[in-house]
Write a protein that binds this ligand. Structure first.
Ligand code: KIV
Ligand code: NA
Length: 267
């Protein structure tokens, strides 16, 4: 399929109508998101929301390829970005290129995302110079949860300069956009104004150039916990639980299947 939005097209949206972004991990959800979203991210959050992992650290390149392929089957117009999982890019620019090129070649996605700013600058530049568009991700970087000591707000007080430096490094390395996760609104605003590439916020305030949410969070499907930055637009876990309960009751009482679900002797 011809994907109408490209990384260059995303860059041109700086300062304009906010970029609408969601994660997706499966074909049917990708089809739904494709109608209304500019960017669909195959996030490594897939490990937590679909596979029951405690963090994103256990997500593998093979998982990202499998879900990336599924999502690409559902997209016609949105830009697809696939996360490089923990351990697949940090070692060296060469390792990052080897794995990022596999992601793009095997899924057909147009871009990758990786976590980190200043310390990933060389790697981002290496990928970009070799034909791989890169989205950055700074602020709260969940793959570094063991260093950060939890999923805390980043960039408060004297830590603000570090996050700004990270975002700047992504831009200077040639990244086409950068995710800002869990920052004070004022810092999301000032980074957005300091950069010439679009910022995509998740818990970084309304001044960012775009917003992203994890699809299972905003649909109320992932019910284990709800970060403060999530607005639930539906409560699908509640609805699904009620549906399963009703089915169980119907089976036990033989109310299901009914005559309309049953077959006669003759064709
Ligand atoms: O993995 C993910 O879903 C992400 C977004 C929350 C930005 O990285
Ligand atoms: Na991610």
């Amino acid at each position: 399929p011809v994907h109408s939005l490209t990384p260059l097209g995303v860059m041109a949206r700086k300062g304009g109508t906010p970029l609408v972004c969601l994660t997706a991990y499966t074909t049917p959800i990708a089809r739904l998101a494709d109608r209304d979203c500019d960017i669909v991210l195959v996030g490594d959050s897939v490990g937590m929301v679909l596979h029951g992992l405690p963090t994103t650290l256990g997500v593998t390149l093979d998982m990202m390829i499998l879900h990336g392929k599924a999502v690409m089957r559902g997209l016609e117009r949105a830009l697809c970005v696939v996360d490089l999982p923990f351990g697949s890019y940090e070692e060296s620019p060469a390792q990052a290129f080897r794995n990022a090129s596999r992601l793009l070649a095997e899924t057909g996605a147009a871009a990758v995302k990786l976590e980190g700013g200043v310390h990933m600058k060389e790697t981002i530049a290496f990928l970009v110079a070799r034909g791989i568009p890169v989205m950055g991700h700074v602020g709260l970087t969940p793959q570094a949860v063991n260093m950060l000591g939890g999923y805390k707000v980043q960039g408060r007080d004297s830590d603000a300069a570090r996050v700004l430096d990270d975002a700047r490094a992504v831009q200077e390395a040639g990244g086409f956009a950068v995710v800002l996760e869990k920052l004070p609104r004022s810092l999301g605003d000032s980074i957005t104004r300091a950069l010439t590439i679009p910022t995509i916020g998740i818990g970084a305030g309304p001044e960012c150039d775009g917003q992203i949410l994890v699809i299972d969070d905003m649909l109320g499907l992932f019910a284990a916990f709800k970060p403060k930055f999530v607005r639930r637009y539906a409560n699908l876990a509640d609805q699904a639980g009620e549906a399963i309960g009703a089915y169980a009751q119907d089976v036990r009482s033989r109310a299901f299947p009914g005559a309309e679900h049953s077959f006669g002797d003759r064709s």
